[in-house]
Design a protein around this ligand. Structure first.
Ligand code: PLP
Length: 427
């Protein structure tokens, strides 16, 4: 599939049935796998042979779908996780431990922010947050001797900032650490961070990849490019023998192409067990089969809604990197030439009460804690996810009380605009 178009990879990547085999990816609904001898099974436990023994670690359905995602991102190996949260945790914890430090963009998903700033801090892993628009000097100044990873989101949820991937990759590599990029919002159809220097790519597959609000899931893809052995002192987990696997050194045995995902599967999946169910992997694959058809429509609808809102007198401000007025327009032109995603955020004049009245009056867009669904949905952070904050605190966090995040679905854009226009009349 290497030279095929991304459109073809969405449909047929990851699985090529042989003579007489199922056309559709089979759901291997089995917790375990049968072997003729204990010796055969022992080879799997020692990572001497590849195969399946227990679905907490690996399942064939998941691996077929992960292989498709690896092809889409242009990586060498991938794994599915139970959620996007698990994917980002595994990607970071696979190379960080107590005493490590992470440099992360400050403009990231709230769940990932909590994970890094609060939960991983309890594990003794420190973080320095940097602005997505930080200069080279500011980025370089954030690194320490114990820095083990740099992290950012291609398009941040919900701030909709766009990451300068090349700039971040350059800073990470100058300090001998990989850049991990959460590529959930654009998906590989609109941006492939590995082509711009990212080393590890993560996803909440719950969003556009599934695309139908049906299954929570995550994925991690390895570019196969980061040379762990060249920085062996920083990554002992990959570059020194693993006693829980009879002294295997992942970076030696599986090389740059396979070490990261093998370790994350053999250690983290074994110990934390955040596996995606094969049923969910199957549903995810149905979504992937039409991802290349759906993304352009999400972008078309997002762009049309953003342009409509920008001209509306009741709207204070619109954030969407496809608008010429957006501060991220230039950087989006470089990394997202076909557009980013269908998520638009905007500030309604009149604050919290105006936002609430507007959202209540919408007929097509539903109020939901979700994005990237076929059906348009919206949320006012001030009255939902950030409800406990005062207007002052919201302002400090860069979230105006009247901010609405709208995820434009796959409906007709004229119907969406008519719905928004009618709801704004009510405000
Ligand atoms: C939703 C989301 C996550 C978390 O994913 P879940 O599947 O909800 O665990 C992580 N990163 C981004 C950018 C997201 O939008």
């Amino acid at each position: 599939m290497k030279n095929r178009s991304i459109n073809t990879k969405c449909v047929q990547g990851g699985y090529t049935p042989k003579n007489g085999e199922p056309r559709q990816i089979p759901i291997i609904q089995s917790t375990t796998f049968k072997y003729d001898t204990s010796e055969d099974m022992g080879k799997l436990f020692d990572l001497e042979a590849s195969g399946y023994f227990y679905t907490r670690l690996q399942n064939p359905t998941n691996d077929m779908v992960a292989a498709k995602i690896a092809e889409l991102e242009g990586g060498t190996a991938a794994m599915l996780t139970s959620s996007g949260q698990a994917a980002n945790f595994f990607a970071l914890f696979n190379i960080c431990e107590c005493g490590s430090h992470i440099v992360a963009s400050s403009s990231i998903y709230g769940g990932t922010f909590n994970l890094i700033a609060v939960t991983m801090a309890k594990m003794g892993i420190e973080v320095t947050f940097v602005s997505p628009t930080a200069s080279d000097e500011e980025l370089n100044a954030a690194f320490k001797d114990n820095t083990r990873a740099m992290f950012g989101e291609t398009i941040a949820n919900p701030a909709l900032t766009v990451l300068d991937i090349e700039k971040f990759a350059k800073a990470a590599h100058a300090h001998g650490v990989p850049l991990i990029v959460d590529n959930t919002f654009p998906t590989p159809v609109n941006c492939r961070p590995i082509e711009w220097g990212a080393d590890i790519v993560t996803h909440s597959t719950t969003k556009y990849m599934d695309g139908h609000g049906a299954a929570v899931g995550g994925a991690i893809v390895d570019s196969g490019k980061f040379d762990w052995m060249a920085h062996a002192d920083k990554f002992p987990g990959l570059c020194t023998p693993d006693e829980s696997y009879h002294g295997i050194t992942y970076a030696e045995k599986f090389g740059k192409e396979g070490a990261f995902i093998t370790k994350a599967t053999a250690q983290l999946m074994r110990d934390f067990g955040s596996i995606q169910s094969p049923q969910n992997a199957f549903i995810l694959n149905l979504g992937l089969e039409s991802l290349h058809v759906r993304m352009p429509r999400h972008v078309e609808n997002g762009q049309a809604v953003a342009e409509f809102l920008e001209k509306h007198p009741k709207i204070e401000k619109v954030n969407y990197s496809g608008l010429k007025s957006d501060p991220y327009y230039e950087v989006a032109q470089k990394y997202l030439p076909n557009g980013g995603c269908g998520v638009v955020s905007f500030e309604i004049k009149g604050g919290r009460a105006a936002a609430e009245k507007f959202m209540k009056s919408l007929k097509l867009a539903a109020i939901e804690t979700h994005v990237a669904d076929a059906r348009t949905c919206c949320l006012n952070p001030a009255t939902s996810t950030h409800r406990q904050m005062t207007d002052e605190q919201l302002k400090a966090a860069g979230i105006p009380a009247g901010l609405v995040r709208m995820s434009c679905g796959l409906e007709d854009k004229n119907d969406l605009i008519a719905d928004i226009a009618a709801a704004l009349e009510e405000v």
